[in-house]
Design a protein around this ligand. Structure first.
Ligand SMILES: [Zn+2]
Length: 264
């Protein structure tokens, strides 16, 4: 194992390969292979978890394990608690949402998970430059400063389009959403968008609305049953890369294992 400075504790130690998106959240994929979309290099990575794009030596084993506790907890919430919550129409409309109330879960652990995702991505080699928010995230994780949902606001979507490539792919990306820097994490069954510093959004009303459903009283989880514009972008990128991959023996073999459930 390489020796280096652990990004979390700052000590010189043996570093282990840390997963940007926790491995446990990807292990539930029962639909075959997995693809990772590297938005920076604009390429699709087959079996991304066995490559360097999504895991890299960031932390010592001790720090990685400490953050891993939030991953394991959140995995249980996302994949066992949320799917069993009562579905309801959002404000009487056709959009299906579920509310995770504070008596169903440990808000603090869940918040630490959200912030650790942002932090891990930010310190990784493919991550975005978050400026001061990287350090703020680290200090919140260490308990040195108070958490603030206005700085890291998560929007949680269950992906149930029935299209394997959309529902089961893994991706860490960086977009502008409502005029704010937003990190997108996709992993089987979910897409989590985390808005960095919600102040001065291009749509303050909608932002306020999102905040109402992401506090200690409860978190809203929205079902996504149709392809979104981001999904379309993802699919376009995929088809661009698909042709090139099919020309290699390895690509042929791996792509055969990730045939979507439906025609795209
Ligand atoms: Zn460490």
């Amino acid at each position: 194992m390489p020796i280096g400075i652990c990004k979390f504790c700052g000590q010189e130690k043996e570093l282990i390969d840390s997963h940007i998106i926790p491995k446990c959240l990807c292990a539930i994929n029962k639909n075959g292979g997995m693809v990772g979309v590297n938005t920076k290099k604009k390429r699709i990575e087959i079996d991304a978890y066995h490559q360097n794009g999504i895991k890299e030596p960031l932390m010592c084993a001790e720090c990685d394990n400490a953050l891993g506790k939030f991953d394991g907890y959140t995995n249980r919430i996302l994949n066992h608690v949320i799917p069993n919550l009562q579905p309801q129409g959002f404000m009487g409309g056709p959009v299906i949402v579920r509310y995770l109330k504070s008596d169903n879960f440990d808000y603090d652990k869940f918040r630490k998970f959200i912030i650790s995702l942002v932090w891990r991505f930010s310190v990784s080699s493919n991550g975005p430059n978050l400026g001061k928010y990287e350090d703020i995230a680290l200090k919140i994780l260490k308990g040195e400063i108070k958490d603030d949902v206005n700085l890291f606001l998560p929007l949680i979507y269950r992906k149930i389009t029935g299209i394997s490539l959309i529902d089961d792919s893994t991706l860490c990306g960086h977009v502008k959403y409502l005029g704010k820097h937003t990190i997108i994490f996709k992993f089987p069954g979910y897409e989590i968008r985390i808005i960095i510093n919600t102040k001065n959004s291009s749509d303050n009303e909608l932002m306020q609305h999102f905040k109402t459903y992401s506090d200690i009283n409860g978190i809203m989880i929205t079902d996504v049953t149709e392809k979104t514009p981001t999904d379309n972008q993802l699919l376009n990128q995929f088809s661009e890369c698909q042709k090139a991959l099919f020309e290699t023996e390895y690509g042929k073999k791996r792509l055969a294992a990730i045939k979507p459930k439906k025609n795209l």
